[in-house]
Design a protein around this ligand. Structure first.
Ligand code: SF4
Length: 618
């Protein structure tokens, strides 16, 4: 007899063998669920078990797990989230990336907590979850379409509205194998990092879709959960002074400019006087916006937008988030908000991670200014700072690997190495192979350090700096303290991996105590903060062992020369992290319970987390 599951779980994981087109079901038992919870945890479990060393990101033996978590589809705000885990091309190491919207909730209403893809299809396919079971459908007619066209086509074909069908797809960039392709859906949401879209493209999976099924998520204590829903929302609404609720994430752009962590022209300066022309406040007071919320969310942070002035007047799309506006305004020298809105939406349609895309464009603009690349090299494009139309044309070339786009489709690090010479000095990237989120991390060391030491090619311990207040702790006092930053990153590391197991948006999950109460109300468990952190740190350590088995070396945990350079102006002028780097690594490794010389998890650290079977595996 099957063991009784805790509340909050649909109870099944779908396995799709794309090579044979065979679909099977499997279950995770109560012990495994408590160990990995869902989302990133479940994906980490499958990745480690099923992808041995020697399997590269494009190998059909690579696995992709899309999983949601026990809160998804409940009344808790922002619970349409899912996490994807795989081996990704930017680092050729582990990748874990999340998206909001509806998919995480709708898949579970159809009876599944997640899906594992293995093999590779001969012809393009898409996976549809529906009440009468999952179907693997031909996608020949979708291949070549951009992500918005795929959404519109499937909504029209199935006769279902935005709120009845969730669609996430790859665009031309995922099809061509661009290394920073993401998976875009539900009107502008993207699981972006470490080339998730390229991995699905290599498997010839054009899209995943889920009908809003009729199933219900079993909740252990509905009254208790009901009493927490409002408190969680109020905590999220007021978090960080309430700016997110009022202005969206782009409402933080001027704060970044003033604080010295806005990325400007590929780090050639840290000063951007025009920030008030392209921030969230400007978008919401000058352009037409309409809320486009995710599942059960009242945060209003996602909006549809119509540009109401300037050369792109009438352009319609999704309101860009902070990272998009930072990528395609200050980082490429654009000072006109409509142009940045257009470029962000072009990225979405092409299926590009707009962080890496912004860095690739700004790198090319600086290379052009310095004469490292010429107009002839760039197929006639004049890549001057702020040239939005040239940037648009370049993005299309990159997505399809056409002309100079082929050089750039591997991201900044590979392009810099291919061009050689001075190009190596101007690229912003980590030695693992990816670029940072769209910030000037030289003004916020916690994220620079996190980006270089994380498992998945992007920030993990941090999220707008180390947000100690999420755990009810006092904030970091000095953002330029080598000791405090490296220690705080280690102490906090694990929390976000845990919340990525739950199926909830991070913006809606700002109070750890309330969040853990909600998890217990749904499941019937008695989680504490310690157990939650243990789940997160189990993920961190298992992914780290995975990465060492797949080629990680300590020398790769460093920034490129430009990424680790000293700002020449702005609030962080003169602050240089590199003289402290070796000390910070050592301090961080020690606080993580890793060998301070090699960075490898110590046997006692693994045993304490119930990972004793990994000892000696790397
Ligand atoms: S806060 Fe924004 S991204 Fe998060 S679930 Fe709500 S609308 Fe979606």
């Amino acid at each position: 007899m099957a063991e009784r599951l805790p509340g909050g779980y649909a109870g099944k994981i779908l396995r799709v063998d794309l090579t044979t087109r065979k679909m099977t079901q499997e279950r995770l038992g109560p012990k495994e669920l408590r160990r990995w919870v869902g989302g990133t945890g479940v994906g980490t479990h499958y990745l480690y078990q099923e992808v041995p060393p020697g399997v590269e990101w494009s190998d059909p033996r690579n696995r992709v797990t899309l999983a949601s978590g026990p809160l998804a589809g409940t009344r808790v705000s922002g619970t349409g989230n899912y996490s994807a885990v795989f081996k990704g091309p930017m680092t050729n190491l582990a990748g874990a990336t999340q998206a909001n919207g509806y998919f995480g909730a709708f898949m579970r209403f159809c009876g599944y907590d997640g899906v594992v893809f293995e093999g590779a299809a001969e012809r393009p396919v898409y996976l549809l979850f529906a009440d009468d079971g999952p179907q693997l459908r031909d996608a020949d007619a979708l291949w070549g379409k951009d992500t918005r066209q795929v959404e519109e086509t499937l909504h029209a074909e199935l006769g279902l509205s935005d709120r009845q069908l969730s669609v996430f797809s790859i665009g031309p960039s995922g099809e061509s194998g661009c290394f920073f392709a993401g998976v875009v859906g539900d009107r502008g949401h993207i699981a972006a990092h470490n080339g998730f879209g390229a991995v699905l493209g290599a498997k010839r999976v054009k899209a995943v879709a889920a009908v809003r099924g009729s199933g219900k998520i079993p909740v252990h204590d509905p009254d208790r959960l009901g009493s927490l829903v409002g408190s969680l929302f109020e905590a999220a609404k007021s978090f960080g002074g309430g700016s997110l609720y009022k202005w969206g994430t782009a409402g933080g752009l001027s704060g970044a400019a003033i604080g010295g962590w806005l990325p400007v022209r590929n780090y050639t300066t840290s000063v951007f006087p025009e920030h008030e022309q392209v921030n969230g406040q400007y978008l919401r007071t000058h352009f037409r916006v309409k809320p486009s919320p995710c599942w059960a969310c009242r945060m209003s942070c996602c909006q549809e937008i119509e540009v109401a002035e300037g050369p792109y007047k009438g352009y319609r799309g999704e309101e860009p988030e902070y990272e998009g506006m930072a990528s395609f305004a200050p980082n490429v020298g654009v000072t006109e908000a409509g142009a940045a809105v257009m470029l962000c939406n072009e990225c979405d349609k092409l299926g590009l991670d707009l962080n890496e895309a912004g860095w690739v464009v700004s790198f090319t603009m600086e290379a052009y200014e310095r004469g490292i690349v010429t107009k002839a090299d760039l197929d006639g494009l004049e890549m001057t700072w702020g040239n939005a139309e040239a940037a648009r044309a370049l993005l299309h070339k990159i997505a399809r690997r056409e002309g100079f786009g082929e050089v750039l489709a591997g991201g900044v690090k590979r392009a810099a190495e291919r061009l050689g010479g001075e190009a190596i000095d101007i690229g912003v990237y980590t030695m693992k192979g990816s670029t940072p989120r769209s910030h000037d991390h030289r003004g916020r060391w916690a994220e620079l350090f996190d980006t270089c030491t994380s498992n998945t090619g992007t920030i993990e311990a941090t999220f707008g700096g180390v947000q100690y207040e999420r755990l009810g702790l006092p904030p970091v006092r000095d953002r330029f303290s080598p000791e405090e930053v490296s220690r705080a990153n280690a102490q906090f590391n694990g929390w976000h991996q845990f919340d990525d197991c739950l199926g909830v948006c991070r913006f809606c999950f700002t109070n750890a105590s309330l969040g853990i109460d909600a998890l217990n109300a749904v499941t019937g468990w008695d989680f504490t903060l310690d157990e939650a952190m243990a789940v997160g740190r189990r993920i961190v350590n298992q992914l780290r062992v995975f990465n060492f088995r797949h080629g990680l070396r300590k020398e790769m945990e460093r920034p490129s020369p430009r990424y680790g350079s000293v700002p020449v102006d702005g609030p962080a002028a003169g602050k240089g992290i590199m003289p402290h780097w070796d000390f910070m690594l050592r301090n961080y490794y020690e606080h993580m319970g890793w060998d301070p010389e090699t960075g490898k998890p110590l046997p006692e650290t693994l045993r304490k987390l119930g990972l004793g079977d990994l000892v000696g595996a790397y």
